[in-house]
Every structure is written in structure tokens, then in C-alpha cells.
Ligand binder design. Sequence first.
Ligand code: ADP
Length: 209
Amino acid sequence: MELSKRQEQIIEIVKGNGPITGEHIADQLNLTRATLRPDLAILTMSGFLDARPRVGYFFTGKNGSELLTEQIRKYKVHEFQQVPIAVKESVSVYDAISTMFLEDVGTLFVVDENSCLTGVLSRKDLLRASIGQKDLSSVPVHIIMTRMPNITVCRREDLLIDAAYKLITKQIDGLPVVKDTDAGLEIVGRITKTTMTRLLVELTTDEQI
Ligand code: ADP
């Protein structure tokens, strides 16, 4: 988060004089309390300053990168998950490749007749299956997919950073977000390396992309 010049000045004043009332900060800047109100609200909401009633503002001691780390550690999977793309186990390798292009994804999830997760197909899985294979329409994906129980999953309420850790340590591009049902794991979303890259860009530009 980018601070304005005035917000930087407020932090310096509070660092040197805190606890200090809004009134006194305003005096030092030759501004009115009302003019400062939005800046003080931003600085307390983002964690740089803390306010105690009848005492005033004081500096929390946290710098920008500590606050950013705290913020990232709070993100949950469901705040960032994207729509999952799934195919049935009986679908051919040919049709799975077409789906990957049409849906513009790099990982497909495979489901059984109850729409529960049974497998994962990556780009390389499909490439490997295509090499030297003449009739891709006759090979069903369940023959080549990575299958349960070897699938790494995450859940809506998991921390996003834990999902990121799984992507890195397992060296995979995507994770299905699953929900437990009596029939098995229902796929409700996906988290991919693109999810993480997008978050990085959003954090540094304050923009939703
Ligand atoms: P690529 O194979 O295109 O580099 P990945 O790195 O995602 O893409 O996949 C590597 C292997 O891991 C593939 O065989 C794929 O089936 C498998 N895989 C992908 N995602 C998962 C997952 N969530 N859980 C278990 N295995 C996975």
C-alpha cells in the first residue's frame, strides 16, 4: 500500500510524540482535525497506527512489509478461488485436449458419475498420452490421469498461503478446492499458480485484475 506524503508525516509525528490526539497532530500540520480524519482512518485501518479512546494515537511499530505479511496470512482460499473445469472419466484424450483449449486452462479435473473428484489431467499428461498414439479419440482419460487418493486438494476455509505452499512443494500447477460429501469430494473451485501471480500484481497495484 502506497502512503501519501501527508500520511507519512502523520506517522512521523505519532512516532515521535505518541500517544497524541488527533487535535494535536492537526495542530502540528496546520490543518483541521476534520481534514485529517480520512488519513487517520486509513492509517488505523491498515494497522500503522492504533487509537485508544481518550488517550490518542500511537504507532504500532509495524512497518509496511510486516503489515503486508499479516494481511497475506489472513487470506482464505474462497476469496481467490476460480471456477473449476472438469471432465468425465469416460471422455477421450482428444476431447480433454479440446476442452483445455476451449476453457483456456492448464489443469482439468476428472469426475465420476456423481460429479466427485477422481483425477487430475495436466498439460504434460495429455502431451505424454498423445506421443505415438494415433487415435486419441479412443483413449479415455481415466487411463492416463493422476488419480485419487494421490490428488492434493484444498478446502474453501484453508489459508491461501497453505495452498500456495502445496503448489510449490508438490510441484503442481493447480489444486482443486473440494467439499466433503457422502459420495466423495465435490469440486467447488480451483487455485492455480495464476491465482497467486494475480494476487501479487493486485497487492502491488491496489487494482483488481
Ligand atoms: P505439467 O505436467 O503440465 O507440468 P503439473 O506440474 O500441474 O503440470 O503436473 C505434474 C503432474 O502432477 C501431472 O502428472 C499431473 O497429473 C499431476 N498433478 C497436477 N495437479 C495435481 C494435484 N492437485 N494433485 C496431484 N497431482 C497433480
